[in-house]
Write a protein that binds this ligand. Structure first.
Ligand SMILES: *Cc1c(COP(=O)(O)O)cnc(C)c1O
Length: 501
């Protein structure tokens, strides 16, 4: 069988899986996509029901990672999802919310957000990829984070030999718990830098570092090769495909559906990585009817699915779901590539328009094609907090703010579309990561007044009985180890300073 190769969304370069993972971004600025979608038959999907998560991951990953041996993948998934890494033996359990709605919990990893699903595995894939390509330099991971990726990357790469991990976060754009999680990180290869700007500034800044010949040369002179742990890296995307299959297999195993039945997934979306993995699963044969794309007030994707026009000419809002405060949704480029019938030149034109003019249009025909699969909606802060209260009262389920956005958007979708297909809400964070706003949803704004993030967590636990995770409880006593700050224009120098310390 010919080895699975990867192209750039902008037309260039054919590479192997390990090269795509090592490079992160293609040389022409595009994102790596698989040459084709491997097909998973309904028999094989049904067989997943009898397997644990690690085995499911092995089956799905092996389809894409053709230049990795099965024992290599087996060892990597064992290290990522095996005994003790996640606080639920199912790794990504599916819980029933009501007759027609389930919750896929992706927050049982060490940093309590769904980013762990990919970032517990990526360091192993990165090391193997370096080995396969004779890379002797240190792999220096650079990450821009809207809050959760940063900590997940730091924990994934912490003390992994031959790597280092540098995280940029928007100084005032993350929750207290998120910031504390990052700045208290241990390990001798971790760096955390606060950028005086928003997430888009940090993300654009990191992309610019990757494409700056001078910066790349400066890093090379220090024996370092750049790589990315952001969701633009294919190594981030492919582990996420697994849990869509896994959730479906669980629904079959629970008797909620019969193998072959359609399901919907409703996904709280920012950079479009999570929901894109759902689209990939659908292209591989998983019976997904609709993917519901839930945004917060930064509803650039809602407008895109409605109008076919992507426009960043809008205000950037700081919301109570900060990990979704994004206007330039990077992974959408991979969906555009499919919408363009895999015409890299067309994608290149759209991306140039986005960069130069802040908007592009895919036209009505392509928009309609997208709407066969996707439906976009949004919920503002007020609706989000209200949703948390309602769901806790009626369903006794405690949502974090991001997942509550999805729950609210699902309500709107059902009202408008009258679609009763069984639907899985993808839960992306533990509620204690955003305890202030979650507490407000349960008990009103007044309840959180005058309390710091820790006191909010204690109050939340007292009122709901939902146990506070040990990672949150222990945070207060950890020493702050990272205090570096920089301007958007000073990111390159800040990285070099870290390594020259
Ligand atoms: C990252 C994140 C999201 C957004 O996921 P994307 O893959 O960027 O669309 C949603 N919720 C939480 C809690 C996150 O950490």
């Amino acid at each position: 069988m010919a080895s699975m190769s990867f192209f750039s969304t902008r037309g260039g370069s054919v590479v192997t899986a390990s090269q795509a993972i090592l490079r992160g971004l293609a040389a022409d600025g595009g994102l790596y996509v698989p040459a084709m979608f491997p097909q998973v038959t309904s028999d094989r999907i049904a067989a997943l029901s009898g397997m644990g998560y690690t085995r499911r991951a092995l089956e799905i990953l092996a389809l894409f990672l053709e230049d990795f041996s099965r024992p290599e993948i087996e060892k990597a998934v064992g290290a990522a999802y095996g005994e003790g890494r996640f606080d639920d033996p199912a790794v990504a359990p599916v819980k029933r919310l009501d007759d027609n709605t389930w919750v896929l919990e992706l927050f049982h990893g060490p940093t309590l957000a769904f980013k762990d699903m990919a970032l517990q595995l990526l360091p192993h894939l990165t090391r193997l990829s370096a080995e396969k390509n004779g890379e002797k330099r240190e792999i220096s991971i650079l990450v821009a984070t809207s809050g959760d990726t940063g900590k997940a990357a730091l924990e994934g790469f912490r003390d992994v030999p031959g790597t280092s991990c540098t995280v940029f976060y928007p100084m005032d754009g993350v929750s207290d718990v998120q910031r504390m999680q990052m700045v208290t990180t241990g390990g001798n290869n971790t760096h955390v830098i606060a950028v005086k700007g928003n997430f888009d500034d940090a993300q654009t800044g990191v992309k610019d570092l990757f494409s700056s010949p001078e910066f790349v040369k400066n890093m090379d002179a220090r024996g370092k090769a750049l790589s990315s742990a952001n969701s633009i890296n294919f190594g981030r995307l492919v582990p996420q495909v697994v849990y869509y299959f896994s959730a479906y297999a669980d629904l079959v195993a629970q008797g909620a559906i019969v193998s072959g039945d359609p399901v919907n997934f409703c996904v709280p979306t920012g950079n479009f990585g999570n929901i894109l993995a759902g689209y990939y699963a659908r292209e591989m044969g998983l019976p997904i009817h609709r993917l519901i794309c839930a945004s917060n007030r930064n509803n650039v994707l809602t407008d895109f699915f409605n109008s076919g026009i992507y426009s960043t000419h809008r205000l950037f809002y700081k919301t109570n779901s900060p990990s979704m405060d994004i206007l330039v949704s990077s992974n959408l480029e991979r969906l555009l590539f499919e919408a363009a019938d895999r015409d890299g030149e067309l994608v290149k034109t759209w991306m140039k328009l986005l960069r130069d003019c802040g908007s592009y249009s895919v036209g009505d025909q392509r928009r309609d094609w997208l709407n066969n699969t996707f439906w976009g909606g949004y919920a503002d802060d007020h609706a989000t907090v209200r949703e948390i209260g309602t769901r806790f009262t009626h369903d006794h389920y405690l949502f974090d703010t991001h997942t509550a956005v999805a729950a609210n958007v699902l309500r709107q979708y059902r009202d408008q579309k009258r679609d009763e297909t069984p639907t899985v809400i993808v839960a992306t964070a533990n509620p204690y990561k955003f305890s202030r706003d979650v507490l407000s949803g349960i008990a009103g704004r007044e309840a959180a007044q005058g309390l710091d993030a820790f006191a909010c967590s204690e109050e939340l636990e007292r009122r709901t009985g939902v146990p506070m995770p040990a990672q949150v409880r222990g945070l207060r006593d950890l020493p702050v180890r990272h205090r570096t700050e920089c301007d958007v224009s000073g990111m390159a120098q800040a990285v070099l300073n870290e390594f020259d310390k």
